[in-house]
Design a protein around this ligand. Structure first.
Ligand SMILES: Cc1cc2nc3c(=O)[nH]c(=O)nc-3n(C[C@H](O)[C@H](O)[C@H](O)COP(=O)(O)O)c2cc1C
Ligand code: SF4
Ligand code: SF4
Ligand code: SF4
Length: 523
């Protein structure tokens, strides 16, 4: 049955509600193990329907007032009014840069062109992040509704969802949602009986991190090599196939329906002055509760670590939190009062990014962490710009040397100077942001770099070439470590103190993990 009026949506809702109540009554407490019950500091707006509705049933979305925002926009608002409402809400792009969403739409609306495109960026390349995947898998119609409204606002008639192939469930559900929306007249020609037509197709990416960058993403959709290009021209002026194009993140678009349905003022109740609404994050690392969270923008880093994530696990001490994914900064304890918003994170050398959060305890080596992120970014560099291609490699080499005990006087200065050139000479955000983990760890944990370089010590006892394992005199000689040592470095007789041959030991740590008497220590 095609939908054309509010009454049609109401009828569907009335039919869907009892069916859903019955399904929920029989469902297990956690339908999606990735989405756990919220703690008091969390606020579910984007994730509100995730795990509640059946993502493969459009009627279930309609039962939650789904598509009423689209109906409201098409029947009671002009495209300009839609832009104004979203401008008033203060919604900023959730893909990383935090640019006001409707400001971009305004630029595209002002372009004279027979063809305009709307793209949903569902590439989500940050290692370990899965906020966008969860929304696509659990609430796909919310993304579609946001895209259609955005298309109406600036005059696009074709949309693309660019999703990585590693997200097969998300791709399947979004394709099913498109089919269902078309069948109900919510997508396609003359949507909801209006004069507005808009359709959406899915484009699958091969998983290169750089293809999340908007110009590389468009090149990929066009069938070209996924490489960023200089801006201007900005996509809103000349984007996909040279036509005005808007690219928005999954979460940005999933906010749009709520804003139109509930009004801009409703949206501004969450967040702080310049950062309205909520934000989803994927929490990882050494905290009690990891996983997907949604919090009002402006909540402090400390509130996230201690109240949402339950603090550091195993009674250990906090060391740092990294925001913004591989191009973000490592933030130390004395900055935990920093509000999580675009301006405040930027002011301390980090970024909001798309929502990756990694918490590290006292057992983390900050030089090793910088090396880990640099390994990722240098591997993902598309190679177009020399400073990014070669500079990230040189930085990685220096960091690796330092971690292996071959750091030299002047290495810290070399890292800082290389970082400066990479930031200045890189075309896209990957190169411009790649030195952030290095610069912030040097800034806040310089003593760790110095300990590696000057004393040939790793204070966190992580870097294998800078630590030695030793068996204490309390060893009762159970022989377990000797049996498990892959290098045959441990000797000793039964019920006698064992010892490690430093010439053979590879510092793998296996002996320490298998010793039940805690008689192996690291120096
Ligand atoms: C290397 C790189 C990777 C990016 N990856 C993503 C991504 O996976 N998802 C995303 O939405 N934005 C990503 N961005 C940001 C996009 O270029 C773009 O700013 C964003 O999709 C715009 O949407 P928004 O205005 O809704 O935030 C990336 C940027 C860079 C430089
Ligand atoms: S900065 Fe790096 S990833 Fe970006 S275009 Fe240049 S080489 Fe490619
Ligand atoms: S650290 Fe690894 S290699 Fe060294 S003694 Fe223990 S088990 Fe053997
Ligand atoms: S496992 Fe522990 S107790 Fe047993 S021999 Fe090795 S060091 Fe001694």
């Amino acid at each position: 049955m095609p939908v054309t009026t509010l009454d049609d949506l109401k009828t569907i809702k009335e039919q869907a509600l009892p069916k859903r109540a019955e399904r929920l009554a029989h469902a297990s407490a956690a339908q999606d193990s990735e989405i756990r019950p919220p703690t008091p500091k969390e606020k579910r707006v984007i994730l509100a329907r995730c795990g509640v509705i059946d993502p493969e049933d459009v009627y279930d979305y309609i039962a939650e007032d789904g598509y009423t925002a689209l109906l409201k926009a098409l029947t009671t608002m002009t495209p300009r009014q839609v832009i104004d409402e979203v401008l008033k809400s203060g919604l900023r792009g959730r893909g990383g840069a935090g640019f006001p969403a409707a400001k971009k739409w305004e630029f595209a609306a002002a372009q004279q062109s027979d063809v305009k495109y709307m793209i949903c960026n569902a590439d989500e390349g940050d290692p370990g992040a899965f906020m966008n995947r969860s929304v696509l898998e659990n609430d796909p119609h919310a993304v579609l509704e946001g895209m259609i409204i955005a298309g109406y606002a600036f005059g696009a008639h074709q949309g693309y969802i660019y999703c990585r192939a590693e997200y097969p469930i998300a791709v399947k559900r979004i394709q099913l949602a498109i089919k269902q929306a078309r069948e109900l007249g919510l997508l396609g020609k003359n949507i909801l009986g209006s004069t507005f037509s808009f359709d959406i197709e899915v484009r699958i990416g091969a998983g290169a991190f750089v293809c999340g960058e908007e110009t590389a993403l468009m090149a990929s959709i066009e069938g070209k090599r996924g490489e960023p290009r200089p801006r201007p021209p900005f996509p809103a002026v000349a984007g996909l196939w040279g036509k005005p194009t808007i690219i928005n993140n999954v979460e940005t678009l999933a906010n749009v329906g709520n804003i139109i349905r509930n009004g801009a003022e409703w949206f501004t109740q969450f967040g702080n002055e310049k950062n309205k609404g909520t934000k989803t994050f994927t929490l990882a690392g050494d905290v009690v509760r990891t996983g997907l969270i949604e919090v009002p923008l402006g909540i402090t880093l400390g509130e996230v670590v201690y109240e949402v994530a339950g603090g550091i696990k195993d009674g250990k001490k906090f060391k740092a939190i990294q925001t913004g994914g591989p191009m973000g900064g490592c933030i130390p304890e004395h900055l935990l009062e920093t509000p999580m918003d675009y301006e405040n994170l930027g002011a301390i050398g980090s970024i909001m990014g798309s929502g990756g959060l990694v918490v590290m305890d006292e057992g983390t080596c900050m030089v090793d962490i910088a090396r880990f992120f640099m390994d990722f970014t240098q591997d993902e560099s598309c190679g177009k710009c020399v400073p990014c291609r070669i500079g990230t490699r040189r930085i990685l080499e220096i960091l690796t040397r330092i971690c292996e005990g071959e750091g030299e006087e002047g290495d810290i200065e070399r890292l800082e100077s290389l970082s400066k050139y990479i930031v200045a000479g890189s075309l896209c955000g990957l190169g411009q942001g790649a030195p952030n983990p290095v610069l912030t760890t040097i800034k806040h944990f310089r003593h760790e770099y110095e300990a590696h370089i000057k004393d040939k010590k790793c204070p966190a006892k992580v870097c294998r070439k800078l630590i030695t394992y030793r068996i204490t005199d309390d060893c009762p000689g159970c022989m377990v470590c000797a049996r498990n040592c892959p290098s045959k470095a441990i000797s000793g007789e039964k019920q006698k103190v064992h010892w490690i041959n430093p010439e053979l030991c590879e510092s793998c740590g296996i002996c320490m993990s298998v010793c039940k008497f805690n008689t192996i220590v690291v120096d």
